[in-house]
Design a protein around this ligand. Structure first.
Ligand SMILES: [Zn+2]
Ligand SMILES: [Zn+2]
Length: 230
């Protein structure tokens, strides 16, 4: 059922998706898709890519009485990490990043300057995650898939609740597009290899929530994404 896939920007669209609580919304100056993901049994939550909307995150956390265990990042670009410090200060949770994107995280203030964004605080990374790692989410677990290309430390997160699989793809894979590779550390060959070998080999029915824009499925992109087959 892909109808839920169309409403990434709408409050409440994702509620009741399988046994997971999932809410995705565009956040921050570059409209990165931020997600709050929770186990409804234990109320443990994970925040993915808090590029903004800290008040909305707080509202969701309060509304469902959630405990934020981790703040996880698909990569270290400013639009995905801009409000990480604020979320950490408000809710706690381990800040997770792939080691190969530390140079971007450390360059937080340079990235702010490049994009004309006001400086914010930066909290240290608590945990480096790598390919194949599991991040606990109550009775479920998030699997880390290393997909270098958009940045060296780009990772995707997959969660399955038995009924369905959701893949948070960051800026690796978009609906009918892929992430740019002309920024520092970008590699177009690596990006295509990551998508073909580490994403298209997975459950084709997986719902893909990209870092920006509307969602899709792996099967749809394997069929119709013009950039992967170049
Ligand atoms: Zn990016
Ligand atoms: Zn982005």
């Amino acid at each position: 059922m892909q109808s839920a896939a169309t409403g990434v920007a709408g409050r409440g669209v994702w509620q009741g998706l399988g046994v997971l609580l999932v809410e995705t919304f565009a956040a921050g100056p570059l409209q990165c898709n931020c997600t709050v993901l929770a186990c409804p049994d234990t109320k443990d939550a994970i925040v993915i890519d808090p590029g903004g909307e800290t008040e909305r995150i707080a509202e969701i956390v309060a509304h469902y009485h959630l405990t934020v265990r981790s703040i996880i990042h698909t990569h270290g670009h400013i639009d995905h990490i801009y409000c990480t410090h604020d979320v950490k200060r408000a809710h706690g949770g381990e800040i997770c990043l792939h080691r190969d994107d530390v140079f971007l995280y450390d360059g937080f203030h340079q990235q702010c300057a490049i994009f004309g964004l006001a400086r914010r605080g930066v909290s240290p990374i608590d945990r480096f995650v790598a390919h194949g790692d599991q991040i606990a989410l109550g009775k479920l677990a998030i699997e880390v898939i290393h997909t270098p290309g958009h940045t060296p430390g780009s990772i995707c997160f997959e969660v399955t609740d038995g009924a369905r699989t959701i893949l948070f793809a960051g800026d690796t894979l978009f609906r009918r597009s892929v992430g740019r590779t002309d920024l520092p550390g970008g590699d177009s060959g690596a990006l295509r290899r990551s998508i073909r070998e580490r994403l298209f080999t997975r459950n084709p029915g997986a719902l893909v929530v990209p870092g920006h824009g509307p969602s899709t499925t792996l099967a749809e992109e394997a069929r119709g994404n013009p950039y992967v087959h170049l």
